[in-house]
Write a protein that binds this ligand. Structure first.
Ligand code: CU
Length: 175
């Protein structure tokens, strides 16, 4: 069954590759107009009062942006954009923003065993400020939440097994 599902995933990936190219170049143009494509930690212009960030995730298990700076109490929107091509069963990504003082390694270890809930352990839901869905290639998901009132460096990680250890992490800096 697992093999069957992965084959389906691969087929879907191959099918979307053809039309994804055009989409990608359009997205790249739009990004270039909005901000420098490199390590952009500056927030995009506010829309509806929210501080908006786009964070890419790729097949190399890296986030495109690893430092997001916001004001305490601000409305924050994070758009996760999976720019990879590997099927979700093998290379899914999410963003989980953790509370201050939560050890991201311990959270990631607990999450690795929570496949049934897309690697979000129910027993540790109290450790989480906000999280996206687990997404596959060429998918996006976004979260909107209120930045904590307490300044500090809040870790965010991808909880797909092995990704945190591979460096898929960043910090939400609340000032
Ligand atoms: Cu990941």
């Amino acid at each position: 069954m697992t093999k069957f599902v992965s084959i389906l995933g691969l087929t879907a990936a191959v099918l979307v590759t053809g039309c994804a190219k055009k989409e990608q170049s359009t997205a790249a143009k739009a990004e270039g107009a909005a901000a420098s494509p490199a390590e952009a930690s500056k927030a995009a212009p506010a829309s509806e009062g929210a501080t908006v960030f786009e964070v890419t995730a790729n097949d190399q298990m890296k986030f495109g942006t690893t430092r997001l700076e916001v004001k305490a109490g601000a409305t924050v929107r994070i758009v996760l954009n999976n720019v990879g091509t590997i099927p979700k069963v093998a290379m899914g990504h999410n963003i989980v923003v953790l509370k201050l003082g939560v050890d991201p390694l311990q959270y990631a270890l607990a999450a690795a065993g929570a496949q049934a809930t897309d690697y979000l352990p129910a027993a540790r839901s109290g450790d989480v400020i906000a999280h996206t869905k687990l997404i596959g290639p060429k998918e996006k998901d976004e979260i909107t939440f209120t930045a904590p009132s307490e300044p500090g460096e809040y870790p965010y990680i991808c909880t797909f097994p092995g990704h945190f250890a591979a460096g898929m992490k960043g910090v939400l800096v609340v000032q």
